[in-house]
Design a protein. Structure first.
Length: 280
């Protein structure tokens, strides 16, 4: 009660405390899996858009040289003045390369194929693992969520993303080799936690491309649940034609076809992520 009265009497103190709490509560989620074709970028795009649709302020960061998150949000990769590559080389600040409201409530740090050169250029740079973290730190208190799309590899770009993140979300395709490489990713996360980012945790695993018509999808889900110790989301993303079409139109699924099964399930995933953060 005394604290409440003091905050009432000193509105400046209230603003400072609120900003500190907001900064502390910003969730930075790296979407990572070094195995390609598992729905990683699809999940990054649509989770970011669905969080924004639920009233959250979201920053999406494309750390994949393929730039599919960038094009999937309707941005022409070849007409950008600045990208994440320029930011990482300190040739621009984060504000200069940030695209505002590529979807309502969603800002984007874009990427294109130039980013592929960063892996080589990082070698020998001072404090190279913390470059992305340093830039995000300058703006993170303006957002509820920062969603980072990692490349399908465990190189320096992914290390930067994991060093900047609070948590890692791992999409797993419902196929026979679903767990291939996951142990290596978990090992890398443990190394990052030990040496670079002690607060890093695994947000959870989400199943993608689930086809209820096949026994294989059902068996993969059951097998992973039996053998994986990590948190597994209840939401399972179905294999969906509209979901596959949306990136070619430069739209998240909730804009391209808000009534589709893909849109429904990514909105459910966003609800789970928000709920997890509430109880964290």
């Amino acid at each position: 009660m005394i604290l409440k009265w003091r905050l009432f009497l000193f509105p400046e103190a209230t603003a400072i405390i609120r900003n500190e709490v907001k900064s502390m509560n910003t969730q930075i989620i790296a979407i990572a899996n070094q195995k390609g074709g598992v729905g990683k970028t699809t999940t990054a795009i649509n989770l970011a858009a669905c969080l924004a649709a639920k009233g959250k302020k979201v920053l999406a960061v494309d750390m994949d040289p393929q730039g599919n998150m960038t094009s999937g949000l309707g941005v022409d990769r070849d007409s950008l003045e600045y990208t994440v590559y320029d930011m990482l080389r300190n040739e621009c600040n984060i504000g200069e390369c940030m695209l505002i409201n590529v979807y309502p409530g969603l800002n984007l740090i874009p990427a294109n194929r130039e980013l592929a050169g960063a892996e080589v250029e990082f070698v020998g740079m001072e404090d190279m693992q913390h470059i992305l973290k340093t830039h995000i730190k300058k703006v993170k208190n303006k957002f509820d969520y920062v969603i980072i799309d990692c490349p399908p590899a465990l190189g320096m770009l992914t290390v930067n993303a994991l060093t900047a993140a609070n948590t890692v979300l791992v999409p797993i395709q419902c196929e026979f080799f679903a767990l291939d490489g996951l142990s290596q990713l978990v090992y890398t996360i443990e190394l990052i936690r030990k040496n670079l980012n002690r607060l890093l945790t695994i947000e959870g695993v989400v199943f993608t491309m689930f086809d209820s018509r096949t026994n294989l999808s059902v068996q993969v889900v059951e097998n992973v649940k039996e053998n994986l110790k990590q948190h597994i989301y209840n939401t399972v993303i179905p294999r969906n034609v509209r979901l596959a079409e949306a990136p070619s139109y430069g739209m998240p699924i909730i804009e391209y076809d808000p009534r589709s099964a893909g849109a429904e399930h990514y909105m459910m995933l966003a609800d789970e992520v928000i709920e997890n953060d509430y109880y964290r």
